[in-house]
Design a protein around this ligand. Structure first.
Ligand SMILES: [Zn+2]
Length: 340
């Protein structure tokens, strides 16, 4: 099969022919139709965060058709339209047994990220339990981005414990931020979107934000207080995770407010114990999501409750161009690779 593989960190991917994966007894073979690309792919390219053994096939937002199934597989069939849940979890640790499998302590790999090759290739082999059905009327690209952008947004909003009528500030209106904005609006929250480029304003409003703050032009914390009778936001969801966004996030919170951290970078931000304690602030981390979050997210897309955020499609042969486009920061909406 054709695959775009990572041979060296910091170098472009290499398009080449590699052997087709062969499904084991409990596996399915998925023919990739669309694979999303996102910031995790850039981190992989740079060797930051996850560092898979090279050469490696990236791609963790996979939508495709089941091409073959192992002999023990009875509930998934050749021809099924599917998307892939990426975490290869153990199924028996305390987290797997308490509905938080994305925190599995025996994680065997993450499809397209670590140990398990992903969707930048024409075929991908995964255990049958990893696949989730994709309804016929959901476009491949919209299904694919559920695997990370959608799932992560869904789970982050769940973690935020946001309630109807609250003000939520969402920092970083890329793919995850756009879906979060849509979900938060639907959940009856007052949504303040924050980004560092004026051209993101229209995109944020298109996705349902009530208002937009350009962090290069205004002091985010002050602007949020002005809009909340001086109190601050009930909740800030930081999809970026830089020192500046974490600072803005903490400072924009009202007393008792919650900072939900989705994105991360190598940056550190020193949070004052006094500020945390005296204001009873809450810090909440959130990692991707559970398999059930993915199912729920696909249902919302199928129902039309989440609108498409995919705006650019590149063939696999142009994977490096697509990744450069993503890195440029100029893309409004998500970028996907098409393989079929
Ligand atoms: Zn586990």
């Amino acid at each position: 099969m054709k695959a775009a593989r990572l041979h060296a960190f910091g170098q472009p991917l290499v398009l080449e022919d590699v052997p087709d994966p062969v499904p084991g007894a409990d596996d399915v073979l998925v023919q990739t139709h669309v694979c999303g690309i996102d910031g995790t792919d850039l981190k992989l390219l740079d060797g930051f965060g996850y560092t898979p053994e090279l050469p490696f096939v990236m791609g963790h937002e996979i939508a495709g058709v089941v091409a073959d199934v192992g002999r023990n597989v009875s509930d998934v069939h050749a021809g099924d339209r599917v998307i892939v849940y990426n975490f290869l979890v153990c199924g028996h640790c305390p987290y797997c047994l308490t509905y938080r499998e994305q925190l599995c302590v025996n994680m065997r790999g993450v499809v397209g990220v670590l140990k398990a090759p992903g969707g930048y290739g024409e075929f991908v082999r995964v255990p049958a339990r990893q696949v989730v059905c994709l309804p016929d009327h959901v476009a491949w690209a919209d299904g694919a981005i559920c695997c990370d952008a959608g799932l992560t947004a869904f789970h982050a909003l769940d973690r935020s414990q946001a309630r109807i009528g609250e003000t939520v500030v969402i920092i970083g209106i890329g793919g995850v931020g756009a879906v979060l904005t849509q979900l938060a609006r639907r959940a009856g929250l007052h949504v303040v979107a924050v980004d560092h480029a004026a051209e993101r304003e229209a995109w944020a409003l298109e996705n349902g934000a009530h208002e937009f703050l350009d962090s290069t032009r205004v002091n985010v914390a002050d602007a949020v207080r002005e809009r909340t009778h001086g109190l601050g936001a009930d909740c800030v969801i930081d999809v970026v995770g830089k020192e500046t966004t974490l600072r803005d996030g903490v400072n924009a919170l009202r007393r008792g407010g919650r900072l939900v951290v989705v994105g991360y970078t190598p940056d550190l931000y020193p949070i004052s114990g006094k500020q945390l304690a005296q204001n009873e602030l809450e810090l909440i981390g959130t990692r991707a999501g559970r398999r059930q979050d993915l199912r729920a997210c696909v249902e919302l897309v199928a129902d039309g409750a989440i609108q498409s955020i995919v705006r650019y499609q590149y063939p696999l042969e142009q994977a490096n161009v697509a990744l450069d486009h993503l890195r440029s920061g100029t893309a409004l909406g998500r970028i996907v690779l098409t393989l079929k």
